[in-house]
Write a new protein. Sequence first.
Length: 82
Amino acid sequence: MEKPLTLENSLVWIKMLSTLEKIQLIQQLTKEIELELSATSTTSRKSLRGLWKGLHLYSAPSQTEIFRSVEISGSVRNPFQF
């Protein structure tokens, strides 16, 4: 009766391989894993800008905007204040 194929059973056989054969096995498995990962990583991702669009986030004021607000009001004001 054959034993079911499990990781433990496979390791018993793998340990019997020579060092060169183990390296070749690792190289083959690495190629397969890379192909599997590249196949699954092609899913489209939504841009963060698209996710943040509805949050009404405002960018920081430029130095020019800060200087203009000081010139107009005579004091430093919060440019984010409406």
